[in-house]
Write a protein that binds this ligand. Sequence first.
Ligand SMILES: *[C@@H]1O[C@H](CO)[C@@H](O)[C@H](O)[C@H]1NC(C)=O
Ligand SMILES: *[C@@H]1O[C@H](CO)[C@@H](O)[C@H](O)[C@H]1NC(C)=O
Ligand SMILES: *[C@@H]1O[C@H](CO)[C@@H](O)[C@H](O)[C@H]1NC(C)=O
Length: 350
Amino acid sequence: MNTNYLTFSYVLITLLLPLASSTNSYHSKQIPAIYVFGDSLVDSGNNNYLPIQSNAKFPPYGIDFDGGKPTGRNTNGKTVVDYLAIHLGLPFVPPYLGLSKAHRNKIITGINFASAGSGILPETNNKTLTLDKQIKLFKRVIKNNLPHMFDEKEKLEKHLSESLFVVSTGVNDNLVNRTFRGSRKFSSYLLKEFSLRLQKIYNLGARRFFMNNIAPLGCFPSFAPRPRPRGECNEKINKAISYYNNCLPNVLQKLQSQLPGFSFIHSDLYESFMYLRENGHKYGILETWKPCCPNNIFGDLQCHPYNATCSNRNTHLFFDDHPSQIANKIYATRCFIEKTICKPSSFKML
Ligand SMILES: *[C@@H]1O[C@H](CO)[C@@H](O)[C@H](O)[C@H]1NC(C)=O
Ligand SMILES: *[C@@H]1O[C@H](CO)[C@@H](O)[C@H](O)[C@H]1NC(C)=O
Ligand SMILES: *[C@@H]1O[C@H](CO)[C@@H](O)[C@H](O)[C@H]1NC(C)=O
């Protein structure tokens, strides 16, 4: 009991307070909006509007989100982008597909285009909003919606150049039918394709980017499976991902040197997971292997609609095959407050 209470207090003090105070003390005016591209780590509900299967629109997803209802987020509560929005003093970033036309014409604090299951390459999952489709939708917003709020071209350009562009993708490209395929050659190809798409977003007016590398998929519940000793990761998968991750900062640096005004924050999502595997217990995360939903590791490892969750969701690193809210929160704190896993290059956002 005492330990739980202490852990809980610790979490409150180290996580909640800095996040809460930061909304006041940090210069939120400098970042007027967050535009989000990517996959399930950051999708805030777009897939709810696509004719594809999405468990995240049913409970128990969203059980710890404000209101306790599913939103389409692939976790029990907030995503990394939700914490980023809180940190910058901005509202949660709504999914593009959930906005009415009238709403799209009014919103100047950012829109989320991310789609769970999508990748960098269109062929990775073309039933989702592929990254290319996401960019097309953003282009549409610039052409049709934002001009309602920015009557002069220069004002719109300024808005875009000051906004933050979160692009969180790449993991799904490594998976075809849940089989891992990340060779070095493939990773190099993927990085090249990623770089091309970042340039497209830049060409539309974006200047400030926030990019994370790929999580250690080999440690995820579906890839660190039962035959291995409990909690061990698939090192082959992690090694392949590390190759991609090691190259990513260079690719971003290159873009920065080539594109005037391009700046980025690189966040080490991989490190965040590895850190929590080792140190999660300091924050009350005691289970770094099993998902919280389904609440057992037998069967198909999918969190189905209305499945029961584990009894204490704050003790699990993984909600399903995605990080739990507490994991996202610790990631956010280490990135935005402690700045241990996020490296700003040239603009002072953090
Ligand atoms: C989507 O992928 C399927 C299978 O690879 C392909 O047959 C189809 O033409 C693609 N659709 C689009 C719109 O690209
Ligand atoms: C993936 O699975 C689907 C359905 O089982 C199959 O049609 C498709 O050929 C598979 N794709 C690859 C690349 O193995
Ligand atoms: C989750 O829900 C599915 C579908 O209703 C069910 O078959 C399965 O047994 C449930 N699993 C758990 C662990 O509750």
